[in-house]
Design a protein around this ligand. Sequence first.
Ligand code: GLU
Length: 328
Amino acid sequence: MHCLRVCSVKSALILQLHKGTNLMNDLLEQILADCTPYTSQGHVATYIPELANVDPDRIGIYISLPDGTEHFAGNCMDLFTMQSVVKPLILLQALMDSGIDTVRALVGVEATGKPFDAFNYSDQALTGAHINPMINTGAIALCTLIRGETYEEKFSRLLELARHLAENPELCVDEAVYESEKLTGNKNRALAYLLTAYGMISDPVEKILDCYFKACSISVNCRDLAKIAHVFANHGIHPATWEHLFPAEYAKYVNATLATCGMYDGSGEFALEVGFPAKSGVGGGIMAVAPTRMGIGIFSPALDKNGNSVAGIHLLEEFSHRMYLSIF
Ligand code: GLU
């Protein structure tokens, strides 16, 4: 009885929100105003020098719903670089080009309990079981499984995938961020050489990293992230055209990895408080997937100690509670 009542209140609220564009916009404006003060609690990433130039007070949210409507608030059309938010796309492209078994054999799926760029693999040999697709070693290794004669071609395929899913043919690389990361990304070089030392990759490190750095430097806005997330939420089917963009089992693979490893060392807390798959990046973006319900794009570049957007997480917490989005 209690459950029925809760469910019908839930459905009524959701229906009302879906019906009224203004209601949804009002809700987004309201939670944005409530969460804006949190921007002062974080710091923009500075280890990639170009990222230090971003205004920490920016905050935006964009959602893409199954009825084709899109809603937004704040600085949702600001451009920022994907950084680690591109990792689900690297994983997806590797799955599409090399299949689940090959991907799984190279890179595992367990949360590491370590930062995204950790290289303290202690005295164990580095193997696939030690890494996952959402940390740097995993993503760098997966670049090798993207189809292409050259790493330029591999990157082009990845960029095309991002453009297609985001429905934005204009997505491109932010050259200043790319150059900045290429110049200073020695920790990623160390990780790639470690992968080489343990026989997990064999292509030239600089070529692989060039593809990885360019991927991290793809410039997007919240709308792009919401659109990409919506395809993952819809199990690989384009929510408007019903075109099958990729197999549902790949969407399941990516979403499951996001749910367990997508928010760095804050993934467990995020699962409890927000309750759906998401990927954050040190550029301040979060791509959040509410399965069967919607795609969400967030931007707010002031980060917490784990590298997640502070205000972005609060926005998602509020939105999830108000819309009953937790899958748990
Ligand atoms: N390009 C960044 C790096 O590899 C991505 C890190 C992130 O967003 O977590 O250091």
